[in-house]
Design a protein around this ligand. Structure first.
Ligand code: ADP
Ligand code: ADP
Ligand code: ZN
Length: 290
């Protein structure tokens, strides 16, 4: 049985899980599995699970634990999850967390890290509320982050924008409250297991990204040059390596490693690691993919 690298991404709706998940999954070299995406796929295919889940999702309630647990456990059996997985949106209740722990034990592994994006409630609500959508081309706009050129009108189609029910401020407030009620116990649970890494999610996207890397592995001195790398531990690293850096160098298990801080990295970063953190300079591009 190969050892799997199971990493969790926890956080309220709007905390930035989706924004960070693709980068993290790429850094770890494992698939990104989002329970919300799996449920939406079941709905689209109208499977028995999708048909049951629909009513819960439309009310903004959580889908019952037993259904979600079976769905995620089944996904973990796919061959692409052999070396591990980045789980996003699961576990969302303490019962789901306990079921995951049990399941991983039976296959001889466990959760390596639970990364928690911590964002104050008022900021979550600001991020999620005030979205507007174009009925023609489905483009989304935000009252502050991505304003249309002419208020209330789609830049591309010129038609009047509307607001989806679940983007309205009161509904968003309720979703966040429900999430915090059910999921803070999950955060506490991984704290007790000493797996929790809390990252302040109310910072620039690239700063959050760097801190998540530090939570995964740390900052490591280069071997020849006085530059620092972000170290990503990776259970699937071949040939006795204990992992690799963000820039892709394998790190042998030779006990000669020197670790530093994020400010050491920021002072003299490996260029390739830095490039992976900042693949493109245009931040407005990332803000529109929400
Ligand atoms: P989640 O998947 O946790 O619900 P998203 O990744 O979809 O959250 O992000 C929700 C919204 O917040 C998006 O509009 C996204 O662009 C924005 N966002 C994400 N991270 C940050 C950040 N660090 N600073 C400001 N806005 C952010
Ligand atoms: P959000 O962006 O609000 O965090 P998701 O895309 O993660 O939403 O999930 C959408 C909906 O799918 C949730 O409102 C909930 O009904 C259901 N869902 C997703 N993950 C879970 C889970 N782990 N347990 C129960 N229900 C879930
Ligand atoms: Zn590097």
């Amino acid at each position: 049985m190969p050892h799997r690298d199971v990493v969790l991404l926890l956080g309220a709706p709007g905390a930035g899980k989706g924004t960070q998940a693709r980068f993290l999954a790429g850094a770890l070299g494992v698939p990104h599995v989002a329970s919300g995406d799996l449920l939406r796929e079941h709905r689209r295919l109208a499977t028995p699970l999708g048909q049951v889940a629909r009513a819960y999702m439309d009310r903004g309630d959580l889908v019952p634990d037993s259904l979600v647990i079976d769905m995620v456990v089944e996904r973990l059996d796919h061959p692409d999850a052999d070396r591990g997985v980045l789980l996003d949106g699961f576990p969302r209740t303490r019962a789901q967390a306990e079921a995951l722990e049990q399941r991983l034990q039976t296959i001889g592994t466990n959760v390596r890290a639970a990364l928690y994006l911590d964002v104050p409630q008022a900021i979550l609500i600001d991020r999620l509320a005030d979205y507007w959508m174009c009925p023609g081309c489905q483009a989304t706009y935000h009252a502050r982050f991505a304003r249309p050129q002419l208020e209330g009108t789609c830049d591309a189609c010129g038609v009047t924008l509307f607001q989806r029910a679940d983007d309205q401020r009161e509904v968003v407030e309720n979703r966040v409250a429900v999430y915090l009620r059910d999921t803070l116990p999950v955060v506490e649970y991984y704290g007790q297991l000493r797996k929790l890494c809390r990252v302040d999610g109310d910072q620039d996207i690239h700063v959050v990204r760097a801190e998540l890397c530090v939570g995964l592995g740390g900052v490591m001195a280069g071997q020849r040059r006085a530059r620092w790398h972000l170290f990503i531990t990776y259970a699937g690293a071949p040939g006795g390596a204990i992992g690799r850096t963000l820039c892709g160098k394998l790190v042998p298990d030779d006990g000669e490693r020197r670790f530093g801080t994020l400010s050491a990295f920021n002072g003299a970063p490996c260029r390739a690691c830095r490039h992976k953190l900042h693949p493109h300079r245009n931040r407005s591009l990332e803000r529109t993919t929400g």
